[in-house]
Ligand binder design. Structure first.
Ligand code: CUA
Length: 315
């Protein structure tokens, strides 16, 4: 059973992953046994009572068998009750977060995840958490329906606009787990990927301390290049000239762009700043108005960094 768990299921990374797997395999093997019984019976009777010639009539006159009918009613009923009680208990465990859970706010947008920490800073597409600590996520979406899915933790929950949904889990070992969006949310859905980085308590504390300060020793364009990836800009904007969901950043600085209302503008520092903080203001012709604002997600120095980086993408 253990080998099967490892080959069929993703790695088991949370406290309730073994419970979910055990129930899954109970249902799976029960269904397998019933399937074999039904198909074997069907084949056996098909052969035994097949029509052997035009005159033969081998079908038995029996139309009732109380013992048999009781068996095939009672056994499945018991199986269904077991699945219900077991499933309901596991559901309750997964639905109710422990009181000492650490709470984070998750925001889904087309097409990236933002995690807000209680200490007052946020990260994009990378959720760093301490091991052996219950984590409660309060989630909402800024646009369409997304779904927070971490297979290793056996956790999946829809993330909706105008409403909060909650999941919790406790990671059992340090390492990296994949985060997927499991609800088709538009063109960038398959790119809406993240990681959950599970670290030891000490590593978490030092990571926290490092995350709360903006390192002013990093050169601006290096800071911008890192942010371009970590804030998921790269999902929609290429740096090599190819058009994605949004315009490419290659040779953008200094060029003249045409907006949807046919007005034109020269791309300078102020234009880039405005576009990052208020992307719905001017939409470049040929692109959908779907970029979310980064108003509360970037510090001033980080905006400066992105501008410096985009400037550096000029030939
Ligand atoms: Cu977000 Cu699919």
């Amino acid at each position: 059973m253990n080998t099967n768990t490892e080959t069929i299921m993703p790695q088991s990374g949370s406290t309730f992953a073994p419970q979910v797997d055990a129930l899954f395999f109970f249902i799976f093997y029960t269904a397998l046994v019933l399937f074999i019984l039904v198909v074997a019976g069907m084949v056996y009777f098909g052969i035994k009572y097949r029509q052997r010639g035009p005159e033969t009539q081998l079908t038995s006159g029996t139309d009732h068998n109380k013992a048999l009918e009781l068996i095939w009613t009672i056994i499945p009923t018991i199986l269904v009750i077991i699945v219900f009680v077991w499933g309901f208990k596991t559901y309750l465990t997964m639905a109710i977060a422990p009181r000492d859970a650490m709470e984070l706010k998750v925001t889904a947008r087309k097409w990236f995840w933002t995690f807000d920490y209680p200490e007052g800073f946020s990260s994009t597409n990378l959720l760093t958490i301490p091991v052996n600590q219950p984590i409660k996520l309060v989630m909402s979406s800024e646009d369409v329906i997304h779904s927070f899915f971490v297979p290793d933790f056996r956790v999946k929950m829809d993330v909706l606009p105008n409403r909060y949904t909650v999941v919790w889990f406790e990671a059992t070992e340090p390492g990296e787990a994949d985060l997927f969006c499991a609800e088709y949310c538009g063109k960038g859905h398959s790119e809406m990927l993240g990681k959950v980085n599970v670290v030891s308590r000490e590593d978490y504390e030092s990571w926290l301390a490092a995350s709360q300060t903006v390192d002013t020793t990093i050169p601006l364009n290096k800071l911008g290049a890192d942010l371009f990836i970590s804030k998921a800009c790269i999902t929609c904007h290429s740096i090599d000239g190819s058009p994605l969901i949004g315009p490419t950043m290659k040779n953008l600085f200094g060029s003249t762009v045409t907006h949807q209302d046919a007005s034109t503008a020269l791309v300078d520092e102020n234009y880039l700043r405005k576009s990052i903080l208020n992307p719905q203001g001017d939409i470049i012709q040929g692109y959908p108005p779907i970029m979310p604002t980064f108003q509360s997600l970037l510090k001033d120095r980080e905006v400066d960094g992105l501008i410096a980086y985009i400037k550096s993408l000029k030939d």
